[in-house]
Design a protein around this ligand. Sequence first.
Ligand SMILES: Nc1ncnc2c1ncn2[C@@H]1O[C@H](COP(=O)(O)OP(=O)(O)OP(=O)(O)O)[C@@H](O)[C@H]1O
Length: 352
Amino acid sequence: MRLELDQVAVGYEGREVAGEVTLAVEPGQIACLLGPSGSGKTTVLRAIAGFEPLLRGRILGDGELLSGQGRQVPPERRGIGLVFQDFALLPHLSCRDNVGFGLFALPRAQRRQRVDELLEVVGLTAHAGRYPHELSGGMQQRVALARALAPQPRLLLLDEPFSSLDPDLREKLSLDVRLILKQQGSTALLVTHSQAEAFAMADQVGVLSGGRLRQWASAYELYHRPASREVAQFIGEKIWLRGRVAPDGRIATTLALLQPRATGFTPGQQVDVLLRPDDIIHDDASPLQARVVERTFRGSEFLYTLALDDGTRLLSLVPSHHDHAIDQKIGIRLDLEHVVVFGVDEGSGLRG
Ligand SMILES: Nc1ncnc2c1ncn2[C@@H]1O[C@H](COP(=O)(O)OP(=O)(O)OP(=O)(O)O)[C@@H](O)[C@H]1O
């Protein structure tokens, strides 16, 4: 299904919780709404499912009006499947019967075939006869996914589907689920507050905060080209480096005169430059030295927090065979192909 939200506003008892939400999810695409708790993600998802009427705007599925302009197609007639955080499996039914639950309209043989197919897709054929309490959390969530996919929904909505699972399982399952959805050619919209989950799962991510969609883009774009300071603040590890625009458009910082020229700023203007840990490269040969203040071992890498002599803090991601102690000085250089710059006084961002 091609899902389209056009200037959607939704809320409770007339109080707007989310507004001006405009986005499109293309058929076969996996999209995600990412935002902090209370930002309105679930409310938007409920509106798409047909549980909440709109205050304004329209929701369309394959060009057909589902909500808005006085029309409200009931949830069961939207062809939308749902997967929630708490699995919501029927405890007295086996894994097989849970998956087949929504298929009562199919003839018996066809129903059996579809259930077998899906159990295989989610890797639970061997557990078909088990009951939910006999399955791990990850397995239960895979049953819930199979159940939602069984009637071949035109769109699948997933609300924090992995949040009750432990972090290792979460990461593995989000990759598995992505693979399954891609295999099935499903169109899906996921809601989460976890950036790792959004980035692992989705082709397209929308950052929602305060009930507004701040940016709708690929994970790569969000990370490297955040549309506003707010999005930049929410996405990824970073530090801000204060700078001043030089007469030729370059940016003078305590670290270096940054080569990329930022357009749209006036000489002399104060700006903040967004630096990611992967922009700061450890290089023994570099004359620029920084002191290790903190270090986090991540297996293949260290994330070092570094301090320059003037107190400026930096983050640097370094392969973990470069094992440096706290207070040790190490050489660094900047590797900036592009920089994201925001004026100090306003929220606008420009790329050099
Ligand atoms: N049934 C309801 N009646 C009234 N207000 C509600 C209802 N459900 C949610 N809200 C309010 O709407 C706002 C957005 O809630 P929503 O659940 O959509 O956010 P969310 O981003 O999904 O957050 P979370 O990740 O915590 O679920 C919150 O202020 C919440 O208190």
